[in-house]
Each structure stands twice: as C-alpha cells, then as structure tokens.
Design a protein around this ligand. Sequence first.
Ligand code: IMP
Ligand code: MG
Length: 191
Amino acid sequence: MRQDIERILIDRKTISDRIAELGRSIVEDLRGQVEEDGLILVPIMTGSITFVADLMRELPLRMRIGLVTASSYPGTATTSQGVSLEGLQLPGSLEGRHILILDDILDSGRTIRSVRAEIASRSPSSVRSCVLLRKRIPSAMETPCEYVGFDIENEFVVGYGLDYDDYYRNLPDIGVLREEIIQANPGTAKS
Ligand code: IMP
Ligand code: MG
C-alpha cells in the first residue's frame, strides 16, 4: 500500500495539530449557542470517517451526529462524476439546531453545496461547513465553507479517509498516489 504512494503531502502529526486548532475555532464560535439548541455534526460518508473521529474529540460541546452518504467519485474515477446523495440519516427535525457539515475535501464544491442546500431547507438555526482539505481551484475556493484545514494543489490525494476505488482510506497520512496506479486501472476516468 505504502509503495503506491508517490509522496506524503501532509503527515499525521501536522494533521492532528491542525485539527486541534480547527476544534478551538469551532468551539469559540459555537459555545453559548449550542448549549441551548444543540449541535448536530453531519459528516459526509465515507471520506470523512477519520476526520470526524478526530475532530469530534476536540469539540467539548453537547452534540449529536447525523450521517449523510454522498458519492461523486464512483470506483476508479479521479474526477467528479456529479453528486448523488444516497442516504440521509439525520435526526427527525433540524429546526432550531446548529449544523456543522464535515467533509474530507472540497473539490468541485458540488457535494458541500448540495448537502448544505438540503440541510438549509430543513430550517436549522445555522449551517456551517468544515473540510480538512481544499483544492486551490476556483470551484473549491468559491464554495462557502467556514473552516478549512489545509489548502492543497490540484492533485489526487489519498489516505486519512480519502480513497481511490475505496482503497487507501486507512493510511494515517495524506499522500499523492503514483500516476502508474491510476493509469494501470482500466476504469480510470482521469481527464
Ligand atoms: P466535490 O463534490 O467535487 O467537491 O468533491 C468532494 C468529494 O469528492 C469528496 O467528498 C471526496 O470524497 C471526493 N474527492 C475529491 N477530491 C478527491 C481526492 O483528491 N482524493 C480522493 N477523493 C476526492
Ligand atoms: Mg467523499
């Protein structure tokens, strides 16, 4: 698995330090408000599993979790194929709640935009988004997102929850996949 990685882009220590900082800013912004109304974390599956596990432990706030499943890179595609929201497991009513959407990476922005619109339509008190990574491309930079861990170049990354064909999610660091791995895969839709 490690031999498929061309280079480590962000190592685990750097990730965990940054997540602690993100946690501090989120707590600063939400403390006071969420004590009354309650916070609901909405991690977008499956890429944000590692991120939510680490970030939630930096948030000493009363909270619940509601999962959303979205898929935009089916199988071996490395460019977004359009978003489908496959499952919404949200607490019955979002009315009066504060919502924090979490995703691993902001790319075309379609995922965050569609989840945000869906949630906003359910009358919460507030909606915020937090992503660990954001690609330095206009579509990502222009998508409303309150908290961003790292801005990265426009390359395909895996690890720390991010996958290629559902593999590599368990790498503790974030790395760039070797070009040959992507090219060797017959289903590749890289453009
Ligand atoms: P968007 O809807 O194009 O912003 O894409 C966001 C989703 O695509 C993320 O939730 C990721 O699951 C996936 N994605 C985008 N870029 C990458 C990448 O570089 N590696 C792995 N998955 C990615
Ligand atoms: Mg994802």
